[in-house]
Design a protein around this ligand. Structure first.
Ligand SMILES: O=C(O)C[C@H](O)C(=O)O
Length: 282
């Protein structure tokens, strides 16, 4: 198509196929580094041993190309598409075809049911949950973040009143982690979304999980909030796999968005220690 850059169905499907396999078998470099630091700093001998087992498990998965965890997740896909891109054959269909192939070729467990109330497996881990963002330019950026439900089920959302303020938010986030206990497989990554509307806050909490561990918010007051929440969460003593220790979370990432004068939405989304996400630009 004149003036547009064409990307084919096959290019996208094969990229997504590779991302699904890579995300499920190779730990991110930032997560690996965070686990090494946590291993060195963990005060509980049992906690230290557990982090050591997690690191060993990650190495086996990478060397033998087997899944890091039996829960290979529902495929959550973040797409940033330039306005000058033309996708031959349909972007959503191409992404789902990539998920289908990746889960089949990678021997990844298929965990998606057709209907939330009539629970029949779709058999190929589709459909993915896909988030689109349209931007200027002619590039297509795809990130695949397979999400396990041991951690997803620990999510929380609350519509605070503005007068509740930041103290209520801190309490809510810490209580969400405390209630979750061992269920999300600590050490966890905590994503917090504050602002927007009900669904925007949830989206922000999910997006917060994708941030590189070690990168903090550029907003000074939010970076300070992240640091305070991490310290308080690690003081809960839940520890690796919930068996005690000072490493409950590897990081807390907070994303914000403008909101209505009458509201203060806040969502918490949690990732297990695998914190899977991997990306490509076409
Ligand atoms: O679905 C699973 O394999 C289990 C789940 O991720 C869990 O942590 O309980």
């Amino acid at each position: 198509m004149p003036g547009l850059r064409t990307i084919t169905f096959e290019q996208i499907a094969s990229a997504v196929e590779g991302l699904c396999i890579k995300a499920n078998t190779q730990i991110g470099a930032d997560v690996k580094e965070a686990l090494e630091k946590a291993h060195a700093a963990e005060a509980s001998p049992l906690g230290k041993t557990i982090i050591g087992h997690i690191m060993e498990n990650n190495a086996i998965a990478e060397n033998e190309l087997v899944p890091i965890c039996q829960d290979t997740g529902m495929a959550v896909v973040f797409v940033t598409i330039g306005q000058e891109v033309f996708v031959e054959g349909g972007l959503t269909d191409a992404i789902n075809e990539g998920v289908r192939r990746g889960y089949e070729k990678g021997y990844l467990r298929k965990s998606v049911v057709k209907d939330p109330l009539i629970r029949v497996n779709t058999g190929d881990n589709t459909p993915a949950v896909i988030h689109y963002d349209i931007v200027p330019g002619d590039k297509l950026h795809i990130m695949v973040a397979p999400k396990g439900f041991g951690s997803e089920n620990m999510s929380q959302l609350k519509m605070f009143k503005p007068a509740d303020g930041v103290e209520a938010i801190k309490k809510f986030v810490i209580e969400a982690v405390e209630k979750a206990g061992p269920n999300p497989c600590p050490p966890i990554v905590v994503g917090v979304g504050i602002g927007g509307t009900m669904e925007k806050a949830s989206f922000l909490a999910k997006k917060a999980l994708l941030r590189h561990i070690g990168h903090h918010s550029e907003k000074e007051h939010i970076a300070a909030l992240e640091k305070e929440l991490l310290e308080k969460i690690n003081n809960l003593g839940i520890g690796p796999q919930g068996l005690g220790g000072n490493t409950t979370a590897l990081t807390v990432n907070v994303e914000t968005y403008p909101t209505h004068i009458a509201g203060l939405p806040c969502a918490v989304n949690i990732n297990c220690h695998v914190a899977r996400h991997t990306e490509i630009e076409l």
